[in-house]
Structure formats: structure tokens, C-alpha cells
Design a protein around this ligand. Sequence first.
Ligand code: GTP
Ligand code: MG
Length: 315
Amino acid sequence: MSATRSRKTRTSPEAPIVLRRARGRLRVRRPQRETSFDLLSTVARDGIDPGMPEPSWPSGDAAFLTAVLRAQRVPEPLVQRISAAIPLSVPSNTRLPDRLSEALAICVDFGRLEDVLNAPRLFLAGPAGAGKTTLAGKLAVRSDRPSARFVNARTGRPGGEARLAEYAETLGLPLIDAAGVEDLAAAARLRHPLVVDTAGIDPTDDQAWESLRPWIAAADAMPLLVLPANVPVEDALIAARAFRALGGQHMIVTRFDMVRRVGSVLGAAMEGVALVAVTVTPHFAYGLRPLTPDVLARRLLSGALDDARWQAPAA
Ligand SMILES: Nc1nc2c(ncn2[C@@H]2O[C@H](COP(=O)(O)OP(=O)(O)OP(=O)(O)O)[C@@H](O)[C@H]2O)c(=O)[nH]1
Ligand SMILES: [Mg+2]
């Protein structure tokens, strides 16, 4: 018996997936929402049919969810914490994503995107190329405040100004150039909503993070950590710790559309930085989505199901 994947059903990496048997073959089909992951765990349980590849996912639901977290590169201490919070005695019709979602809600801090969009001033900080400038555009569009202004804070090496200027012009929003901390303080005193973009920093460089402190104070702004979904877990932990030390509490994850494994950014949440939202497109005006326990649970599961363990050996 062979196992195949139906390509036409995999239009989106976030689309729920269901495995089912049809005419003796294992197929991937776009599901009825209600049945998606429970059927999958059933397949994991009885994958010992003659001719089927040896299953390497564990059979129990809680053990399966723990394996999913590991496959997603969630830092091990957090895997342990989340696994311990997975509800054990649940009604028989409780779905796996709901159980994982419940555990995530207990173990990981989530923030509200509305709180970020309503903040009078935002200060974006993160590694070089993380998507800060693109996010500045998305935030300005979503908060939809005509008196808003972009600020290019020259906190480090020049780089992304041209891109920010382009977004400002397209959106019809003024752009303030803050060459120094005093310029930023003056911009903040105008009491317009500000989205402050900064230069990228090495996430493991404590001094670079510390150098942002006077800028954040001058902006009197909500700091926002911007981390790409593919950041190495060690960098996520160090960056989150340094960001927390600056008084930051909120994080937005970029490039959520580009990677299968998203567990490493959860390291930042372990350090007490709340997950708020993700971005899922390079476009500067679209693709900013709230991140909730439910969304994250489904994303962790669907990403893990692309794992090589599900692929049939070559015929
Ligand atoms: N696919 C995808 N690409 C993204 C996303 N966010 C940003 N990008 C792309 O990532 C690249 C870097 O984005 P920028 O916004 O310039 O990143 P930055 O952090 O401002 O970079 P520096 O200013 O150089 O530190 C650009 O090509 C963006 O189009 C996203 O959510 N998904
Ligand atoms: Mg930039």
C-alpha cells in the first residue's frame, strides 16, 4: 500500500488538514473543520498496517501534542510546561487543537493587537532585516489615524530609510527624521500618534539593546519587539531578555508565512514578552494578524504535519 499527498489540497500552509483512507491509499484532503486533527491522531495510532511506514509519532493524544511541540522546535523547558498543562480528562469529542490551545493559553503570554494599535506611540526594535519597516507600514494602516507620523530614529547604522520614506509617501503620512534622542523627544511632544522605526541590531548584543533605552524614554512609547519566525531559538531568548530589561512587553512575529517551524519565537514568550500578532506577507499594508492561543495551536499542528515523518517512502 502506498501513501500519497494530494497536492491540490495544499493551497495554504495554514489550511487545516485531514488524513483519510480512500480506496486503500492514504490521502490528504481539505477537511470538514470539525474532524481535522482527531482523525489525524487516529492515523498516528494505527499506522502499523502491513505495508505502512513505521509510525514515529506517539499514539496517545497528549504524547502526540508533545511530539508536535518538539517537531516545531519549541524550547524544551516550554515543551515540558505546555505538556503538563494539556488537559487529560476531556470529553471524547474535544479536538486536539482545542486541547493544545488551552495549554498554550495557560503557559504563554498573549497580548491584544488592539492595545498595540491604540498605543499613542510605538517604538519598533529588532534584528536587522526582521521586518521592522514593513511592520511600521502595516501598523500605520491598521491603526488608521490620519494624524499619525512615521519617525525614522537613527539608532544605528543607516539602512531602511528609503523604504520608510516610500511607505510614508504612499500612505500620505509625514515622516520625521530623528537624528538624535532630542529630535525624537521633540516629535513625541507634538502628541501625534507615532510609529518609530529603528536600525536593526544584533539580537545577541546586550549593549546594542541597552543603547535603545534613551530612545525609548524620549519617545515615551510602547516598545515592540519584532522577531522573524525563523530566528534561532537562542537569539530569540537573548533578545527577549534584553528587550524585557528595557521595559518591553509586546512582540510581533514576522515572516510567519515563510517557515514551517515556528517554535523558536516561543522562547521570547518564555521570557515574559507577550505574543501579539504575526505578519504573513511582505506587503507593507496587509497581512498583520492577531496571534491567539487558538491560531497558534492550529499553526503548530499544521506545520508539524508537513514533517518528513508523514511522507511515504519512494516507490
Ligand atoms: N514573506 C514575508 N516577508 C516579509 C515579512 N515582513 C517583512 N518581509 C520582508 O523582509 C524583508 C526585510 O523587511 P524590512 O521591513 O526592510 O526589515 P527591517 O527589519 O526594517 O530591516 P533593516 O531596516 O535593514 O533592519 C523585506 O524584503 C520584506 O518585504 C513577512 O511577514 N512575510
Ligand atoms: Mg528597516
